[in-house]
Design a protein around this ligand. Structure first.
Ligand SMILES: Cc1ncc(COP(=O)(O)O)c(C=O)c1O
Length: 458
């Protein structure tokens, strides 16, 4: 860390504490009843001495308990990509809450949602759970069952929720537990192979022992910056998975930013499963996984009625009436084609604004975009894979930029430099971020330094 970055970070940290007295108070109180003072451990990772406690959120904005207002470009890390509490979803949910929340019986909304997902993604049959993690877990179980293979395959630096098998990474070409992996049930090298994205040779090597049940993949990686597939990658990768009898899960939980049918529809992918969580119910817990006709037939043939409740796929609240009502209202009225037409240009505006400021200062950084999501990384060329992206990461710099924008009323995702658009985001919201980002770069470079000086200061 340079001295300038250290000094600026200290100044911003002090400002944050000074300007958030009520959040500070709540955090102190939380420390004696919540482990680590937060409802979930990753909330500690926000830049600043404690997380901002939220009072209310609507559309693209929220207000904290100190009465400060923010533009929300994090949007619950996609959980609120619909904008916070869309009116139409709030109404549908309120009605459903009064008429029965969970019954272990279907409601008609489930059919509507299944039909709509089939129309969007082209996969034949759908199931509902509460989280994208569970959707991935159950798709993996089905894949293992019908292929009678044990291994799964993922990309280096992937994230698919808290699926045990996926907390694996490559070290000197070998798979092992990912850094920070808490109490892994077994060494993930026993369950999982891991390869770099965009490397077809590595993919084929991993598949050719004919023991991989499933490749669990985001069509574009989104959890290590945005990493796009190279031209022809998915066509060739799909051919390889078919050649070696491996099924493909397209985890569209984040890549739903690419369009109403995710990358599956935009890029004409032909996965065996699609997973879609988080935003599907505007943040009301719910997720879905779909499969092809062939997968459906193969798994149906193996499930006995008597055992179907204890087969490792399920959840008491899965497919509950409330989730289904939220999903229906979201898909019917919020995440519509028209909404995407509005959101996409905003992500372009964000990308252009940030890229312009980077260029003006001659910084070796880049900006990538996927649909209504954009992100900058600290390297000259967009990373091709997780390893390249990790090598370009700069934790301190990232935290400084997050805190700097937060102190000036803009929230970015805590885990990388991602900005997501929702239907309620405005051009003014985006321009505010660009302005603050430019100021941060100027400060890092020393206000009066010539623009090239930014290199040395960073
Ligand atoms: C691509 C992807 N899949 C699945 C998940 C898991 O979602 P959840 O935490 O809602 O289970 C995430 C979470 O960030 C994700 O990024």
């Amino acid at each position: 860390m340079t001295n300038r970055l250290r000094d600026l970070t200290k100044r911003e940290e002090e400002r944050f504490v000074r300007e958030h007295p009520r959040s500070a108070e709540l955090y102190e109180r939380a420390k004696v009843s919540l482990l680590g003072g937060v409802p979930m451990n990753w909330m500690k990772k926000w830049a600043g001495a404690f997380p901002v406690f939220v009072k209310r959120a609507k559309g693209a904005h929220f207000t904290d308990v100190d009465g400060r207002e923010y533009v929300d470009l994090c949007l619950g890390d996609t959980g609120a990509m619909t904008g916070h509490s869309p009116e139409v979803v709030a109404e549908a949910v309120a009605q459903r809450v009064r008429e029965g929340i969970t019954l272990m019986l279907p409601t008609e909304d489930a059919l509507w949602v299944g039909e709509e997902l089939k129309r969007r993604f082209g996969l034949a049959y759908w199931q509902f759970v509460l989280t994208a993690t569970d959707a991935n877990r159950f798709a993996i179980r089905i894949a293992r069952e019908i292929t009678q293979r044990t291994k799964i395959l993922v990309y280096h630096y992937c994230y698919h929720g808290t699926v045990d098998e996926t907390f694996v990474s490559l070290k000197d070409g070998a798979a092992g537990p990912r850094r920070g992996n808490i109490g892994p049930p077994v060494n993930p090298a026993e369950t999982t192979r891991v390869v770099e994205f965009n490397d077809l040779n590595a993919l084929e090597d991993a598949l050719k022992q004919h023991d991989v049940a499933v490749l669990l993949a985001e069509p574009a990686m989104t959890n290590a910056g945005i990493i796009l597939p190279e031209n022809g990658y998915w066509k060739a990768a799909r051919e390889l998975t078919r050649r070696y009898g491996t099924l493909l899960v397209a985890d569209e939980t984040h890549t739903i930013c690419a369009g109403p049918g995710g990358c599956t529809r935009e890029w004409k992918l032909e996965p065996d499963f699609v997973v879609f969580g988080k935003a599907i119910g505007s943040g009301i817990p719910g997720a879905a996984y779909g499969c092809t006709e062939e997968v459906a037939q193969r798994i149906s043939a193996r499930i006995q009625l008597e055992d179907c409740d204890v087969g490792g796929i399920g959840g008491t609240l899965a497919g509950n009436a409330l989730s289904m009502a939220a999903m229906r209202a979201t898909l019917e009225h919020v995440l519509t084609e028209a909404a995407y037409e509005k959101m996409m240009p905003l992500a372009v505006r964000f990308g252009d604004g940030v890229a312009g400021e980077i260029k003006k200062r001659g910084l070796p950084w880049n900006v990538q975009r996927l649909g209504c999501r954009a992100e900058y990384t600290f390297c000259e060329k967009p990373p091709r894979n997780g390893g390249e992206s990790a090598a370009a990461a700069d934790f301190e710099l990232e935290r400084f930029l997050h805190l700097y924008t937060l102190n000036r009323g803009v929230l970015l995702t805590p885990f990388h430099n991602m900005a997501l658009m929702c239907p309620a985001t405005t051009e003014a919201d985006i321009d505010l971020h660009t302005k603050i980002f430019a100021e941060a770069l100027d400060e890092l470079a020393g206000r009066n330094a010539n623009p090239k000086g930014a290199h040395s200061a960073l």
